[in-house]
Ligand binder design. Structure first.
Ligand code: C2E
Ligand code: MG
Ligand code: MG
Length: 738
């Protein structure tokens, strides 16, 4: 193998390795120059043919012979040859005509023309028609062999070049394919920062056609506000680690036109990788720098999902309001601004009253829709600078950075309560809701976010404890226990364990005769520091924490113990003792069973006991409540509806539940101020109860006018401070001398 051939073969092998085309058809073995070739000798002179054949065979070539053009074409149709030795002057079809045909039909074939003529014209004509060489007869064997060798060598080189071109074409095609099908924009800039190359992807990402971009300066694609920030990243000159990696920037979309000046542009967020391109062959860096190669990735999908995630992290998905995290962030900002400006601001804690019962009775879908509706109502009545957030459940907070005075905050709380007074219609249900709002103001009620939230929360609980619906501004005296509710809860638990609770009895009498009819058991807490604590201070917390179940059971047990003691002592004959039970107790599946067990433990007949329930709780699970109460009713226990008239006062409950007694709330009794007045509500309630066959207790009777009025209205039983406050059992019996 000669040097040149070896070099070409090595080059081709290298290409193969790079392209992985080692087994391609393009890699056919090339005939070696100087090696055996397949040669066709075309001559009408038989001696000539044979002598040439003998000569060439001696030199290792394999030869076929043809006496004329026809025979030659026949052979060529059947066999493959590398070379044809063609005599020009033949009878019939001349060598030149055959050469023409060969050029058309067998373009890969090398042809050496042989002629006895010396005419220069014939020779050039043959060469123009594609002959590889021209030999004039007579020629020496050495001339022939040299010509053959040279033609085969040229042929070999040509084939090598063709093969390489084929490979280059494939390689070029592949590179083009890779660039065109890249999911990213690939570009090249010249040394002045103008695009010299960019792939098709730019059309999809930025809307421009490729030829609109080539020749333009890259800055025409970068919004002005980003131009300084991205510095020299886009037309990066550096390479390696110092080159631009994953730089985020925005590029102008075609829809906003090329940038001619500042303005709102429609942009696409992208990530850029770019590096300088250098010509290794040249001298100093300046002259070697060819431009920049860069890859631009469209990250708008990623940005969109980041935005969604961000939104989800900082918003409540049900109402679309900011969530606790965002609220706290805004609160932090408000504090630092107020500190800097020596200003104040207000914060509110808003809690929906009785949301749980709405949720439980109408289902979560209605509950969710209600929260959304409430969020919308409130959102419409706060300013853009305010932050209304949902902390979870039915708890909302409102940050009012521009409200520095308590009076203004109170005004806003009132306004919100007013707007929420109207019933809200959800899926055909008219829902009446109310809110308890606690207000804290910076810096008077706290200087940290934590303190402000806690104090607004304390004020909100204060409202709930008092009455529900309404607002309160934080005052230190609202704190129960030193650290707020958790402390209270654990204190109460200890009080329960350490018997620091006491059941006291408030007397009830028959209005007609004044005789003692029974008593209501009311729990009291003997607090080591605060003295006697009334139930309104701790029952709501016990309800919330669930401690009420344990506490309620203790009250029931203690009441039964008192009754059984007095029964044994013969003092309690005929008296019915009422015990308040909370919703959470009644909705315990084993509630009825537990009550009956306790009665059994103390040998107290069911007829001695009345259980007071409140209406709001019934809505939570009317079916369960009815089931439990029916079981108890069958055991002779009386069931009373407490605080009647303050809740939903639905007549259907009165018919569904196994009720014995209605307790008219003291707010109605408080309105009775003279005997002459027509107190239609109270008289109406008494009449209705009679109609339904229910007993009635009027609560909160504080004076003789009220007692007389109720007596005339034929109210069966009365209870109130006029008769006596809740007192220890012993004292009750001593006073009433049973
Ligand atoms: P309630 O069941 O409506 O009890 C009547 C409340 O009205 C008692 O308040 C009583 O002291 C008060 N009261 C009675 N007569 C008058 C009066 O003439 N004028 C005025 N202004 N008030 C009067 P107390 O003992 O503070 O209890 C408050 C509430 O705490 C009770 O309201 C009841 O709902 C709840 N509660 C008390 N003990 C228990 C208990 O053992 N378990 C449960 N679950 N709740 C209890
Ligand atoms: Mg009661
Ligand atoms: Mg009551």
């Amino acid at each position: 193998m000669n040097e040149r051939k070896r070099a070409i073969s090595q080059h081709i092998e290298r290409e193969d390795n790079i392209l992985g085309t080692g087994n391609d058809s393009a890699n056919e073995r090339l005939p070696e120059a100087g090696g055996p070739a397949r040669i066709l000798i075309v001559d009408d002179d038989v001696r000539m043919r044979e002598s040439v054949r003998d000569l060439l065979s001696m030199h290792g070539h394999s030869c076929e012979m043809a006496a004329g053009a026809r025979q030659a074409l026949d052979l060529l149709a059947r066999q493959v040859f590398d070379l044809v030795l063609l005599d020009i002057n033949m009878p019939g079809m001349s060598g030149v005509d055959l050469l023409k045909e060969l050029a058309a039909e067998h373009p890969d074939l090398s042809v050496i023309m042989v002629s006895g003529e010396t005419s220069f014209e014939n020779a050039t004509r043959a060469m123009r028609l594609g002959a590889a060489d021209f030999l004039r007869k007579p020629y020496s064997p050495a001339d022939l062999l040299c010509s053959i060798d040279s033609v085969l060598h040229k042929r070999c080189l040509q084939q090598a070049v063709d093969a390489m071109n084929a490979r280059l074409a494939i390689s070029e095609q592949r590179h083009r394919f890779i660039i065109e099908n890249s999911p990213d924009i690939i570009y090249m800039l010249d040394t002045a920062g103008r695009f010299t190359l960019v792939n098709e992807r730019i059309t999809q990402v930025l809307g421009y056609q490729r030829d609109e971009i080539v020749g333009r300066h890259f800055l025409e694609l970068v919004p002005p506000e980003d131009q300084e920030r991205i510095g020299y990243a886009f037309n990066e000159r550096r390479t390696g680690k110092r080159a631009t990696h994953e730089l985020e920037l925005r590029l102008v979309h075609k829809s906003s036109g090329f940038l001619t000046g500042p303005g709102q542009a429609n942009t696409v967020p992208v990530e850029l990788n770019a590096m300088g391109v250098y010509d290794e062959a040249k001298g100093d860096e300046r002259s070697r720098f060819l431009g920049t190669y860069g890859v631009i990735r469209d990250i708008s999908a990623r940005k969109r999902s980041e935005a969604v995630i961000n939104y989800q992290l900082y918003h409540d998905l049900l109402t679309g309001l900011p969530n606790r995290a965002l609220f706290q962030d805004r609160l932090k900002q408000a504090i630092s601004r107020a500190r800097r400006d020596k200003n104040g601001f207000a914060l509110m804690f808003l809690d929906m009253d009785r949301f749980k019962s709405i949720n439980d009775s109408y289902g979560h879908l209605v509950g969710d829709a209600l929260l959304q509706a409430v969020a919308n109502i409130m959102r419409n009545h706060v300013r853009d600078s305010d932050t209304l957030a949902r902390l979870g459940g039915d708890e909302f907070t409102l940050l009012l950075p521009e409200v520095a005075h308590v009076e203004d905050a109170v005004g806003i709380a009132r306004k919100i309560l007013d707007h929420l007074r109207e019933p809200i219609e959800i899926e055909g249900h008219e829902l009446y809701i109310s809110f308890s709002i606690g207000i804290a103001v910076y810096p008077d009620h706290g200087t940290t976010g934590e303190d402000l939230i806690r104090h607004a929360d304390t004020a909100m609980y204060h409202v709930k404890r008092r009455s529900r619906r309404g607002y309160a501004v934080y005052e230190p005296s609202m704190e129960v226990g030193h650290n707020g509710h958790p402390a209270l809860e654990s204190e109460l638990r200890h009080a329960l364990d350490e018997h620091r609770l006491e059941v006291m009895l408030q007397p009830q009498q028959y209005a007609a005769t004044g005789r003692l009819a029974g008593a209501e058991a009311l729990v009291r807490w003997h607090h080591p520091e605060k003295g006697l604590v009334l139930p309104c201070e701790f029952i709501p917390f016990a309800e919330e924490s669930g401690l009420i179940v344990e506490l309620g059971e203790w009250v029931l047990r203690e009441t039964c113990r008192l009754i059984s003691e007095r029964i044994r002592g013969g003092e309690c004959e005929g008296l019915v003792i009422s015990v308040n039970v909370s919703a959470r107790q009644v909705l315990q599946p084993e509630f009825a069973e537990r009550v009956l067990e306790i009665l059994d433990d103390y040998q107290v007949p069911g007829s001695r006991l009345e259980l007071e329930i409140t209406e709001n709780m019934l809505m939570q699970d009317l079916e369960m409540a009815t089931r439990q109460l029916k079981t108890l009713s069958r055991a002779g226990i009386r069931i009373a509806m407490d605080d009647f008239g303050t809740g939903y006062s639905s007549l259907s409950y009165l018919q569904t539940l196994p009720l014995d007694t209605l307790k008219i709330d003291r707010s109605f009794i408080a309105e009775i101020q003279s005997l002459n007045e027509r107190h239609s509500i109270v008289t109406g309630m008494i009449a209705m109860a009679r109609e339904l066959g229910l007993d009635v207790v009027a609560e909160g009777v504080e004076n003789e006018v009220q007692r007389e009025f109720l007596k005339r209205a034929a109210c069966p039983r009365i209870q109130g401070f006029l008769l006596g406050k809740a007192m220890p059992a012993r004292q009750l019996l001593a006073t009433y001398g049973h």
